[in-house]
Ligand binder design. Structure first.
Ligand SMILES: [Zn+2]
Length: 122
């Protein structure tokens, strides 16, 4: 523990963290901190739920794996989110792209950019 925490133990009224609405109220401040902790735990839980839902959606929508144009590894996953919406995401370097219109069959796009990274080979 650093010097400040020891100092604040001896002089709690000097600790800005013990004030609520400009009044010295260590108990109230503690309750506020606990409530904030619960709130951020709930928010982290929701974020995790959304991340899990998105992960499950991607697993359902997985189409194929291809060579990544950026890192060259066979790690570029393609997901079919909707009929006209594909998402590509490299599992290695993290490069990704999405496109709502470009659906190609049988050949790759000649030039690869972030936005037209997606293609579909039947
Ligand atoms: Zn890559």
């Amino acid at each position: 523990m650093g010097e400040w925490s020891e100092y604040f133990e001896d002089f709690p009224e000097e600790n800005p963290g013990n004030y609520v609405g400009g009044k010295f109220d260590p108990e109230g401040a503690k309750r506020v901190r606990e409530a904030e902790g619960k709130r951020s735990a709930a928010s982290a839980e929701i974020t995790q739920m959304l991340a899990n839902a998105w992960k499950a959606e991607k697993e359902r929508s997985f189409v194929q794996v291809d060579e990544c144009p950026q890192c060259g590894l066979e790690a570029l996953n393609t997901y079919k989110i909707k009929d006209t919406f594909y998402l590509c995401e490299c599992q290695d370097c993290g490069m990704y792209g999405q496109d709502v219109n470009i659906i190609l069959s049988g050949h790759k796009l000649p030039s690869v950019t972030n936005i037209n990274l997606c293609y579909l080979m039947h």
